[in-house]
Design a protein around this ligand. Structure first.
Ligand SMILES: Cc1cc2nc3c(=O)[nH]c(=O)nc-3n(C[C@H](O)[C@H](O)[C@H](O)COP(=O)(O)OP(=O)(O)OC[C@H]3O[C@@H](n4cnc5c(N)ncnc54)[C@H](O)[C@@H]3O)c2cc1C
Length: 335
């Protein structure tokens, strides 16, 4: 049994910063994440993309932001349980018990759920033999490194921001980029869609519209062509060795939905002033938390982490008064 003050479920940006805020209040914490590395969506989905709305960083790549957060929490050395999904949460304020799918048991006085989109995963296209091509990397749902696509012929499917952004980013490294979308209008940000039109007009990107994915052709997981169909069912083949379907993320709270918390459409309802959920002692922050006016932004998750940590202090340290202090006054010391 691992004992701690605060069990933090999810090590995305909100969970990582919660470990910092807990540390500043001399509360120990354990970070638990289903993924093998910390960073949540930033590392799993878009590590090389610059983020422009982190305060005091005019631009910072998502992976670099997570690296900075790691440096920031280092003085408090929170224990990490990675590659483990929290399956069960029982008990009450002051004495919670968590269990992971790998059999770890954690005892905590309070819990912060920073589970983002929950057990998020891509919406997968219904294509025969898809798993074989996923296994070889011929079909991927995230771009971890642009360089991995150098020299490849890539089909990108979808009409949202990811499809358009990655088409624009990969056109300079891939041998050829084809964008398959079922209608002429894209849901992506208007400036990005305009850039896509310009690149297509220059012949830098091949637009395949109005088409949708129909079948994959290849051998032993080596992709040779993507078959697309128009709305009348007429098909054609695009020679390609990589397919990137960007059909959005499926949000699934997974086990969290069974913990008796008040939910609102796959999110955990919280009181905005404390980020407390409907169960005393359990808090939710970041993308998973909802309240009127909620913005799903990293900076919002950071602020929620601070509020939750302060609200947890009386639960974890009953009878001990908490004097509000600036970090400039107290510095950064281990709990
Ligand atoms: C392409 C893209 C671009 C974006 N650009 C911006 C931007 O410019 N600015 C901005 O502010 N935001 C941006 N965002 C959104 C931003 O990434 C999210 O708001 C942020 O990641 C939310 O952080 P989080 O810590 O709440 O959750 P997440 O980053 O989703 O992390 C949650 C973690 O919880 C883990 N988890 C879930 N359930 C369990 C469980 N039961 N047990 C253990 N672990 C669990 C998951 O594995 C995950 O690692 C972007 C998102 C995407 C996809």
């Amino acid at each position: 049994m691992i004992e701690t003050d605060v069990a933090i479920i999810g090590a995305g940006p909100a969970g990582l910063f919660a470990a910092f805020e807990c540390g500043m209040l001399k509360l120990g914490s354990v970070l638990i994440d289903a993924l093998e590395e910390v960073g949540g969506q930033c590392v799993a989905l878009y590590p090389e993309k610059p983020i422009f709305d982190i305060p005091a960083h005019p631009a910072i790549e998502a992976g670099a932001l997570v690296a900075q957060l790691e440096l920031q929490i280092a003085p408090f050395a929170p224990r990490r349980l990675l590659g483990r999904r929290v399956e069960a949460l029982e008990g009450s304020a002051g004495q919670f018990r968590l269990r992971t799918d790998k059999g770890d048991a954690v005892a905590a006085r309070a819990v912060i759920i920073a589970a983002g989109a929950g057990a998020f995963g891509p919406n997968r296209p219904p294509l025969a033999g898809l798993a074989t091509y996923e296994a070889t990397g011929a079909v991927q749902y995230y771009v971890r490194r642009r360089e991995d696509f150098r020299g490849h012929t890539v089909v990108i499917a979808g009409g949202g921001d990811s499809a358009v952004d990655w088409a624009l980013q990969l056109k300079d490294v891939a041998a050829r980029v084809h964008v398959v979308h079922r209608r002429a209008k894209f849901r992506a940000a208007p400036e990005s869609a305009a850039q896509l039109d310009t690149a297509a007009a220059r012949g830098e990107i091949e637009m395949v519209i109005p088409y949708q994915l129909h079948a994959l052709h290849g051998r032993d997981g080596a992709l040779e062509a993507v078959e697309v169909a128009d709305l009348d069912g007429a098909t054609k083949l695009i020679e390609a060795d990589r397919l990137l379907p960007f059909f959005g993320l499926a949000m699934d709270l997974g086990p969290i939905a069974q913990w008796g918390l008040d939910l609102e459409r796959h999110h955990v309802q919280v009181t905005p002033a404390t980020c407390g959920t409907s169960v005393p002692g359990i808090f939710a922050i970041g993308d998973v938390a909802t309240y009127p006016g909620k913005l799903k932004l990293i900076l919002q998750g950071f602020s929620e982490a601070a509020m939750a940590a302060h609200a947890i202090h009386p639960i974890a340290r009953p009878g001990e008064s908490l004097h509000f202090e600036y970090s400039t006054t107290k510095g950064v010391g281990a709990p």
